[in-house]
Design a protein around this ligand. Structure first.
Ligand code: NAP
Length: 303
């Protein structure tokens, strides 16, 4: 039963957690800070970010710095600004936790024209990781942890002609596509680290079923029905454990997927995930997605 008490001493480590003003990201940032890391709360709302910092400081006895960084993953230009600013202040990045996410919002597009879920959950983190790559490369044994979901198993392909909502919108399909994209990205990034003989690893994690603000777009009665359908719903501290395990445990391997160990991986303690589909392991699809993303935002990863 791996818990946050198993996190090794993180003194001297530098971490970014996206979307850490609330939910799983908040608990992830808090536990990393408690273990001694310097943590940047990357959030799109200044006040929410500052409130999260105050809350963590009042609940823990961390000794390192908790920083706020303005990060809106729905705007590629602002992501670049966040990364540039971070790189002016830091010479390394030990843990990048690509956590932020949005689920089943009404149809909308990011500032750069991507369908909102694909744009925030995948494209935003693809851009962020690419812009921060120089720091990741120059850090010994850095880790990039990307949050996916069991929902990634619900689709078996990506319609590259609908990523800017050119056709129709199905909120659950688009969420699943974004989470499939996250896992394809995580695995492909790890292959590219290995090919370039970079010591960093890329790891995917999912938090099972955790009660957070993620469900904000689901009407109350539907939500109660959904919750009742799951045997167990975790609280955010427990939902954060797979991310924390992926980010810190010495046994973790790059290119792997970690989640809760209970039935259907809805709840439990961190373990290797049994979620595998042909699409998740499709290397040709991962390469195609990578090329799509690089071209779409004119960002070439330099390994
Ligand atoms: N909860 C679950 O059961 C579950 C299951 C599977 C996977 N996940 C994944 O776990 C991750 C964390 O989700 P959560 O459950 O903790 O949800 P949450 O409580 O809603 O937290 C999501 C975070 O993402 C941020 N965010 C949303 N849009 C953003 C944007 N455009 N730019 C920057 N930040 C943005 C939110 O900021 P605001 O507060 O400002 O909106 C919030 O901080 C997500 O990737 C989610 O897909 C969760």
């Amino acid at each position: 039963m791996w818990t946050k008490n198993n996190i090794p001493d993180l003194s001297g480590k530098i971490a970014i957690v996206t979307g850490s003003n609330t939910g799983i990201g908040f608990e992830t940032a808090k536990a990393l800070y408690e273990a001694g890391a310097h943590v940047t709360i990357a959030a799109r709302d200044f006040q929410k970010g500052k409130d999260a910092i105050k809350k963590i400081q009042s609940e823990t006895a961390g000794v390192e710095t908790l920083d706020y960084g303005m990060l809106d993953l729905a705007n590629i230009g602002l992501i670049r600004e966040f990364a540039d600013h971070f790189m002016q202040k830091h010479t390394k990045l030990d843990m990048l936790i690509n956590n932020a996410g949005v689920m089943v919002p009404p149809a909308a597009k990011t500032d750069d024209g991507f369908e909102m879920q694909f744009g925030v959950n995948f494209m935003g983190h693809f851009a962020l990781t690419g812009y921060l790559l120089p720091l990741v490369k120059q850090t010994a044994n850095a880790r990039v942890v990307t949050l996916s979901s069991g929902a990634a198993t619900l689709v078996d392909s990506i319609d590259f002609d609908n990523l800017r909502l050119e056709k129709n919108y199905d909120e659950w399909r688009e969420y699943a596509v974004s989470k499939l994209a996250d896992i394809l990205f995580s695995y492909e990034l790890d292959r590219r680290f290995k090919n370039a003989r970079i010591s960093a690893i890329s790891v995917a994690a999912h938090p099972g079923v955790t009660r957070t603000d993620l469900q904000r777009n689901i009407p109350g009665e539907n939500l109660e029905g959904m919750v009742a359908a799951f045997d167990q719903v975790m609280e955010p501290w427990q939902g954060a454990l797979p991310s924390l395990f992926a980010a810190t445990d010495p046994s973790v391997e790059g290119g792997k997927f970690y989640g809760p160990d209970g039935p259907k991986e809805y709840a439990g303690y961190p373990a290797l995930s049994g979620h595998h589909t042909a699409a998740m392991n499709d290397e040709a699809l991962a390469k195609r997605l990578w090329e799509y993303a690089e071209n779409a935002i004119q960002l070439t990863y330099k390994f």
